[in-house]
Design a binder for this molecule. Structure first.
Ligand SMILES: *[C@@H]1O[C@H](CO)[C@@H](O)[C@H](O)[C@H]1NC(C)=O
Ligand SMILES: *[C@@H]1O[C@H](CO)[C@@H](O)[C@H](O)[C@H]1NC(C)=O
Ligand SMILES: *[C@@H]1O[C@H](CO)[C@@H](O)[C@H](O)[C@H]1NC(C)=O
Ligand SMILES: *[C@@H]1O[C@H](CO)[C@@H](O)[C@H](O)[C@H]1NC(C)=O
Length: 592
């Protein structure tokens, strides 16, 4: 804040701000100190959306008029970086303002997101979200949509990782994540693998059972009937389980909750979109008299791309495009809720995606994942730009300038200190924070972002780092490891779901790969000491920054360790009778 005040006093920035305000025709408000101004905060996050999937980021053929309008009336960040290239860790970093490695939401074992609702891993109870701070500051806090940060620790209803234990006082949505398996898509996240394993086990046990039976009947083996009957029963159990894997997953993970109660298990996808919108408008209406924080975490545009009839076939880009256009329409409806209550000028709106589009999401020759434009790579790739560079839009009419574009490096982790500052709260002082308030940049008080370096992790492994050299304006990116594509040179890990972070599937670069993103944003031309005189100096500077960063890390419990990631039947939330777990309450308590 000291920096902000200082900058506000500087004549140079006053002049710049006044000139910009004059040119843009807005009130010169940029120098007002917004600390503690307590606007409403509306955060919109898409799931798996690529940066080039929307009009205002250069897509000419997809229709996203609502998001484009948001950008036209607000500020568009062009170098907005997610702290991880997959859901769970990126969302953990967003909510804590810290790299996910600090909260233990990473692993070295290949599991990079939570795999089951009934796993014991999840958002540690001692992490502080910005929602918690805003709640303490008197904000009404709501989360509508996807969580995917865990649920229970020890029993099926302790809800230790639940949003209501992390600063939200209202939750309606999926504690887990939408996935292909929820709709029994061919593109399966875990069903296909489980079925394969169960079938293999079945064949082994069935073979053993037959051998034992034959041996017993022909009296070649002198054994009792117990192993014969036992192995036959295990074989039958395995066969039945593999037969029911699909409905089991649908019941175990694809359900909706309102606060602490399950309302739909399994959920009815076709109703979800309208339910969410209704929830949003009633939350806004209920809380219009007080400042609120509402985090709308879309299930769009994750596979299986559940799209209502109105949008099916509407876009030029197949089912994926239809789903993007429907999400844009939802954004419009959410913004309408603000307008209806006359809250638009009192609300800071933010839009982003948790990470880049997935290149591997394809069936046959149909692409079901997002488009990352000129950026190399995609979802799951910790270092390549396509996995981590996402849209970032901020609008606050009359307070922040309209139609501006900021190219400075910013991070999703910056939202934490930004909203805490606006609410008049204090960021936690007892831990390392990685985000920086965006206000000086947004208000044009600072020309440069506070991020000199950003670190790009893949699980627990540091794959790359960027350095924005403010003096020369050059943007360097150093890659220490990159995933090996499959097939080689394909640009993605086709057939593998997602690229690995470590082991045989990655290439270690020694010396590291260096790119100058200011000239080569597509990371197409690696530099060498021969072509780039600054090569050694840049590698040394970034190496030093990495060492300093590593000194600030301390060991924490791993939330994705094997024991934390396994499905545990006793943690399975279930409404109705176990194992049927089925209910469908209308659950429309929101009007009361
Ligand atoms: C627009 O988005 C669609 C859907 O992701 C994509 O297929 C297309 O290539 C994009 N077009 C441009 C120009 O980025
Ligand atoms: C959720 O619980 C909070 C209290 O913790 C309550 O204010 C809110 O109304 C509840 N929401 C619903 C939809 O029941
Ligand atoms: C909201 O702010 C805009 C931009 O400053 C202004 O044109 C508009 O009149 C304001 N609306 C209300 C209702 O105050
Ligand atoms: C949370 O608790 C773990 C130990 O259980 C500890 O390692 C970690 O530093 C704590 N985090 C914070 C932010 O206090």
């Amino acid at each position: 804040m000291g920096r902000l005040e200082h900058a506000c006093l500087s004549f140079r920035s006053w002049l710049a701000v006044t000139a910009a305000a004059f040119l843009l025709g807005v009130r010169p408000s940029a120098c007002s100190d917004l600390t503690g101004s307590r606007p409403n905060i509306l955060l919109l996050m898409a799931d798996d959306l690529g940066i080039a999937d929307i009009g205002c980021y250069g897509n000419a053929t997809i229709r996203t008029p609502n998001i484009d309008r948001l950008a036209a009336r607000g500020i568009r960040l062009t170098q907005h970086i997610a702290a991880a290239s997959v859901c769970t860790p990126s969302r953990a970093a967003f909510l804590t303002g810290r790299y996910p490695i600090r909260s233990g939401m990473v692993s070295s074992n290949g599991y990079r997101v939570l795999q089951w609702t009934a796993a014991s891993g999840g958002f540690p109870t001692n992490e502080t979200t910005f929602a918690k701070i805003l709640q303490d500051k008197g904000y009404a806090t709501g989360l509508i949509g996807k969580w995917h940060l865990g649920l229970n620790c020890e029993s099926s209803d302790d809800h230790c990782h639940h949003p209501l234990h992390h600063g939200f006082d209202h939750f309606y949505g999926m504690p887990f994540s939408l996935m292909g398996d929820c709709a029994q898509w061919d593109m399966s996240e875990k069903r296909a693998g489980l079925e394969r394993k169960l079938n293999l086990c079945f064949h082994i046990v069935a073979f053993a059972a037959l051998t034992l039976t034959a041996g017993k009947l022909t009296r070649l083996l002198s054994i009792s009937w117990t192993p014969v009957i036992g192995s036959t029963m295990v074989a039958i159990l395995l066969l039945t389980t593999s037969y029911f894997v699909s409905p089991l997953i649908v019941h175990a993970d694809c359900f909706l909750m309102r606060n602490h109660s399950i309302t739909e298990q399994p959920m009815h996808f076709q109703r979800t979109t309208s339910r969410f919108l209704k929830e949003v408008s009633s939350f806004v209406r209920r809380n219009k008299q007080r400042p609120f924080l509402l985090f709308v975490s879309f299930l769009h545009v994750h596979t299986p791309l559940v799209t209502t009839e109105k949008f099916l076939g509407a876009s030029l880009h197949g089912l994926y495009g239809d789903n993007v256009e429907e999400m844009d329409w939802m954004v419009g409806r959410v913004l309408d809720s603000l307008d209806t209550e006359g809250l638009t000028n009192r609300t800071l709106v933010y839009f982003t995606s948790d990470h880049g589009g997935s290149l591997e999401s394809q069936l046959g020759n149909k692409q079901y994942g997002g488009w990352n434009g000129i950026y190399r790579g995609g979802k799951g790739m910790g270092g390549w730009e396509g996995g981590i560079r996402v849209p970032g839009i901020v609008r606050w009419p009359g307070v922040l300038p309209a139609g501006r574009v900021i190219q400075e490096p910013t991070s999703l982790m910056d939202v934490f200190p930004t909203v805490v500052q606006l609410a008049g709260g204090q960021v936690p002082q007892d831990r390392v924070m990685d985000g920086h308030s965006l206000l000086p940049l947004l208000q044009e008080a600072d020309e440069h972002s506070a991020h000199d370096f950003l670190f790009h992790y893949c699980g627990k492994y540091l794959h790359a780092a960027r350095w924005h050299d403010k003096h020369s304006g050059r943007l360097w990116k150093v890659h220490y490891m990159t995933p090996q594509f499959h097939p080689e040179g394909a640009g993605a890990c086709y057939g593998r779901g997602v690229c690995p972070c470590s082991g045989d599937g990655v290439t270690q670069h020694s010396p590291p790969l260096l790119f100058d993103l200011s000239k080569d944003p597509s990371e197409a031309r690696p530099l060498s000491p021969g072509t780039e005189p600054l090569y050694q100096a840049v590698i040394a500077t970034v190496g030093e920054a990495v060492r300093n960063h590593r000194k600030t890390l301390s060991p924490v419990p791993q939330q994705f360790s094997l024991s934390n990631i396994l499905w545990k039947p006793w943690l399975q939330p279930c409404c109705g009778t176990f194992p049927f777990c089925s209910c469908s309450q209308d659950g429309d308590h929101s009007e009361t």
